[in-house]
Design a protein around this ligand. Structure first.
Ligand SMILES: [Zn+2]
Length: 222
């Protein structure tokens, strides 16, 4: 596929991921953003700063050279661009990143608490605990470095006193991860009002994760 076509497809997918954030209840006003990466052109596209999600169109997204961080656009990119860039530079297999301050997940972040694998849904989707990194400022590469330092095998992390970063092999996968972090966080907050939550045994986490990641849904050719 031609680079122009691939980048246009990426713009449409990233636009849809951004528009889905308020629809899924993951953001209020402009408190989140999604991006996507094309490894062949080494370009990423990201939401422009301060633009309403319902006004966003694919052509408004800002295209950024991942190696240099440079862009040509009349719109400024999200202020979270440095963190997205850091993740694409340091996690070479990922193709999408989402950042939110979604309420239930961010409640864990406010308390500095990780989300244990205490539900089969967490084993399925994440295969590991969703850690909470200590608070860092948003200057320079601090957030990116903290994510790399504290992440587990789960494609999401809580940032202390801040919010959530998630990623995946596409912008849609990163969006799903962001939505699932919020969903399981909500369930655990309810559970903690009833009793104690405990992690599943490691072998059970592996079994659920393997089934969901490798045998759930339809085959690609179906
Ligand atoms: Zn934030």
């Amino acid at each position: 596929m031609r680079v122009v076509t691939r980048l246009q497809n990426l713009r449409e997918e990233v636009c849809y991921a951004n528009q889905s954030l308020p629809v899924l209840g993951l953001v209020v006003m402009h408190s989140g953003n999604a991006s996507g990466y094309d490894p062949d052109s080494k370009k990423m596209v990201i939401k422009p700063s301060g633009i309403d999600y319902d006004r966003l169109t694919p052509d408004m997204l800002v295209e950024v050279d991942v190696a240099t961080g440079q862009y040509e656009s009349s719109l400024r990119p999200s202020v979270d661009l440095p963190h997205h860039l850091f993740l694409y530079r340091n996690l070479p297999t990922i193709r999408g990143v989402v950042h939110t301050h979604s309420n239930h997940a961010t409640a864990f972040a406010a308390c500095g608490q990780s989300i244990p694998v205490c539900l089969t849904a967490i084993a399925d989707e994440f295969g590991d605990a969703i850690p909470c990194a200590p608070y860092v400022s948003n200057e320079g590469d601090s957030i990116g470095q903290s994510i790399i330092q504290y992440k587990t095998n789960a494609p999401a992390i809580l940032l202390g006193k801040h919010g959530v970063f998630s990623w995946g092999n596409s912008p849609t996968a990163a969006l799903k991860s962001a939505a699932m972090v919020e969903d399981v966080a909500k369930t655990i907050i309810l559970a903690k009002q009833i009793g104690k939550v405990e992690s599943l045994p490691p072998e059970q986490i592996s079994l659920w994760n393997d089934r969901y990641q490798n045998r759930y849904g339809q085959r690609k050719s179906a």
